[in-house]
Design a protein around this ligand. Sequence first.
Ligand code: SF4
Ligand code: SF4
Length: 350
Amino acid sequence: MTGADIKELVVLSGKGGTGKTSIVGSFAELAKDAVFCDCDVDAANLGLLLRPETKEAVEFRVSSKANIDGDVCTGCGECEEICRFGAIRSRKTSANGNVEETGDAQETANGNTEEIADMSGKEALNVTRKGSRANEISPDQDRRPKFEVDLMSCEGCSLCERICPVNAITMKEVVSGHWYVSDSRHGPLIHARLEPGEENSGRLVAAVRQKAREIAQQQGKSLIITDGPPGIGCPVIASLSGADVALIVTEPTLSGIHDLERVVQVCKHFDVPVMVCINRWDINPGNTSVIQKTSEEAGHKVIGLVPYDDTVPKAMVNGLAVTAYDCPAGNSIKGIWQKIEREMQTQARK
Ligand code: SF4
Ligand code: SF4
């Protein structure tokens, strides 16, 4: 199987909550020869339906954050002032009073522990200066504010590194997330998890897709089914570029119509053919007609309408695809899958 023989279907929604992952989970049950790829790296949940067993976990390192060397820092406070993300904070002021210094003092004071424990931080510090360490630490050093970096807030701009007068700050690479290769009951699943506050989700998506393609090639799979992220941002672009077909799952609401238009524009930009599926079409037949009409005018196939069906939440609660049930939504998705298979065969012949 060469890279060119492998086709990739990416399922997008333009917005969250349209039922995209439920539909991809159903495709996973119906597909015979596919690798699955969850590109929603901020909130991956395809695994809830596929129940993966992780075989390989790989650290994803792309960003660097500020790190302060406490032995070199003079406590001038310039970094705290200059960081516009508020990521550098004085330990002395970030805790309630002088907690750290007081704690340190309690360890080294001679006797007086109980007395110190009842005092405020400042009082306790004064007492300990009279204790055993009073001759070792000068008052200036003792009061020296120490600074720390809140890694969640640090944007890695490195400005603090450049302005620190004593070069106490260096930028250190951090783990931004992980990507995983798993086996699932329907085939290999490549998925990922971005750490809270981390950016570069587009690069993590690219890494996940790259691995999915490698696995497809190694295992002779002819199809990659990608559960794309919601929205139209960088991770969507990373999951879409180079795909063979995009299926957009929408719903007949005003926001659904609006976000469909936006994600269609992104697909057009990357020259990826679009198919549309309207989920819960019967909650607003008027809006469904609008979507059908505008899609047909723009040359996009509406390949299926999935009705509202109480079986869908029931299936989710049981961790099953809705196609595991004989129900209107499940039967509709089976029909959509047949059309997709035909479309992918057409693409393969091109
Ligand atoms: S890290 Fe540098 S800039 Fe920040 S307080 Fe310490 S010496 Fe000053
Ligand atoms: S690298 Fe930038 S964002 Fe991070 S602590 Fe330094 S100045 Fe703030």
